[in-house]
Design a protein around this ligand. Sequence first.
Ligand SMILES: [Zn+2]
Length: 405
Amino acid sequence: MTDDLERRFDDLWSSLRTIGLSAESGGYRRFAWTAVDDQLRRWFREQALSRDLSYKVDRNGNQWAWLGVPGEGGIVTGSHLDSVPDGGAYDGPLGIVSAFLAVDELRARDRPVTRPVAIVNFADEEGARFGVACVGSRLLTGVLAPHAARALTDGQGVTLEEAMTSAGVDIASLGRDDPLLGHIGAFVELHIEQGRALDDVDAPVGVATGIWPHGRWLFAFTGEANHAGTTRLADRRDPMLPFALTVLSARSRSAMAGALATFGRVRVVPNATNGIASRVDGWLDLRASDEGTLATLVQAITDDAVSAAATNGVTATVTCESSTPAVVFDEELAARVQAALGGVPALSTGAGHDAGILSAHVPAAMLFVRNRSGVSHSPAEQADPADLVAGVRALAAVLAELACQ
Ligand SMILES: [Zn+2]
């Protein structure tokens, strides 16, 4: 084990730090298949080539860096480089920077690496641009159909097909990739913790047990545009009212169920200060500890939306844009990870990850690194230098356990 790991972490982290950083917000705007994403992908390729790893882009636009010849039983680590709008620095990139450094550590050890090892950058994990999360891993595993992916459209009307084509991906090749899945013996994703559980127990690193089921629904309310100064309240068909009531319903019902409901994105048409809106679209992100609770909650919030719309002369339609079942990570793999780390805290999370998508197809595990602020999807994400290094060391120990036999 080298002792200058903190400095090497700093160097590698700095090489990525300014890409997509907004001077205005202090957050990152790293959206899939944009010029910024292209810079990130070039960075990944350079890191792979500078280490003599074999660099490949798979059929779905995910980037891979292999140590050894890709083959059955490969040990894969990595995460994503894209971000939510004004996201924090660590969500995603920490898993990839740590992966490159952990592979460096692995190669510096005396024990021979006996299995292929790969680092992956999954494309479009956050779904910030096209609305569906984990597109790269969903396509790889066949969870998302290629025709559905191609038709996804961003806020400017650009389809995913157009965006991927202009980034040089052969759109005809999208789809489940069985040969590549067959090369993944285990996938271990290191990620910044998106809560304060590790801080509470004073531990730098933890292991995931599972991910709550979750989904995204579009609530569309259609009324009638009219003048704010001349239309009597009684004559209005204002979609903002049932939308507001639906936000409150989601909050109170999720509080009662111990779930997490969020309306974080709204589109108002025509979005004028002196006009009654003709349409309000709100996106509900809902997460619960089990699938029954999630289904019951969505139905109840939908019923509330429909009835609030009817009361206000507005129509409401609810469309599920994506849903992800509960994830329980592979117990045998989790036990080996725990053994390699000498026992660390185990925690579940409400946040979705590529590891969650992969877990239905290959053994998958996650390591979390302590986030002092507990805040994520915001520039306030925070990690101590010592914890970042502890994360790399933990990942290297796990890779050694899995790939050196
Ligand atoms: Zn992430």
